[in-house]
Design a protein around this ligand. Structure first.
Ligand code: NAD
Length: 255
């Protein structure tokens, strides 16, 4: 990863220091240091195996039992279950302690922000959580561990114990709509922000990435911290290219 400019780090830190309300948007890049691969980064799951993207399509999941069986095989051994929060997660807890955090919008499904100590009330899970299952027919939610116990006991595609419907992690697949209340809350937090800080996200997934446009249009400063270029770099006030685990602690240390 490249070396961010010292002056740019100082400029971004000053923007945060002056801000009353900071809204943060995180992506898979805040969790790669914790051992959870992203999708589109250089070592991403889809970069290495483009066919894996099909596993994230709701249509394929509903229509193809083999896609579901593969999804359950992967969930059973997913690095999420052993992952611990890293320096980027900890820095966002420090940002909250400074009294500036308005909302922590995350595209991640790993609950590592909450594990690090971010207030659950401020974490908005745009794409749901892998720690629960949800039935695609009756909507009932249950802890993921219950389904994984059935998988370990030999069920390769465990149906909903209540209605027999198809079970899935309580996450948003491609082709599924985000929860309307969740997206409304995220958009409001973007509009209300003095600073929108986007961290470890390729900003390629909508409507999540759209909060950057909303914040910028409402007059917020935009800080992007990511290892690679994003489609929003030209909208940003400051772009910091490098590892989130190194840069974020420096951004918040003086707050
Ligand atoms: P993405 O894979 O599209 O992009 C991640 C970005 O982070 C890439 O641009 C990559 O270069 C960058 N990155 C990776 N590690 C970094 C590091 N240590 N420092 C700086 N930059 C780093 O991820 P996304 O934008 O979050 O969107 C992908 C979708 O996949 C999301 O919808 C999310 O739900 C899901 N997802 C979640 C997890 C998770 O919960 N941890 C993991 C993989 C995918």
């Amino acid at each position: 990863m490249g070396h961010e400019d010292e002056d740019d780090v100082a400029r971004a830190a000053a923007l945060l220091a002056r801000a009353g309300r900071v809204t943060v948007l995180t992506g898979a890049g805040v969790s790669t240091d914790s051992g959870i691969p992203d999708f589109r980064g250089p070592q991403g799951v889809w970069t290495r195996n483009p066919a894996a993207e099909r596993l994230s399509s709701i249509q394929a999941y509903v229509e193809d039992p083999e896609v579901r069986r593969e999804a359950w095989r992967q969930r059973a051994v997913h690095p999420i279950w052993d992952a611990r929060p890293g320096a980027a997660h900890a820095a966002l807890v420090d940002l909250e302690r400074s009294g500036r955090l308005a909302a922590l919008l995350t595209q991640n499904i790993d609950e590592l922000h909450q594990a690090a100590g971010s207030s659950p009330d401020l974490v908005v899970e745009l794409h749901g959580t892998m720690h629960h299952t949800q039935c695609l027919s009756c909507g009932v939610r249950a802890p993921m561990g219950e389904a994984l116990e059935r998988v370990a006991a030999g069920e390769d595609d465990p149906p909903c114990p209540h209605c027999g419907g198809i079970l899935k992690s309580a996450t948003i697949s491609f082709g599924q709509n985000l929860d309307a209340g969740v997206i409304r809350r995220a958009q409001q937090a973007a509009v209300d922000a003095d600073v929108l800080l986007a961290v470890g996200t390729s900003l390629g997934v909508h409507p999540a990435a759209g909060v950057v446009d909303l914040a910028a249009a409402a007059g917020a400063a935009v800080i992007i911290v990511n290892g690679e270029p994003t489609p929003y770099d030209d909208v940003a006030t400051v772009v910091l290219r490098g590892g989130v685990g190194e840069i974020l602690p420096r951004l918040v240390e003086g707050l």
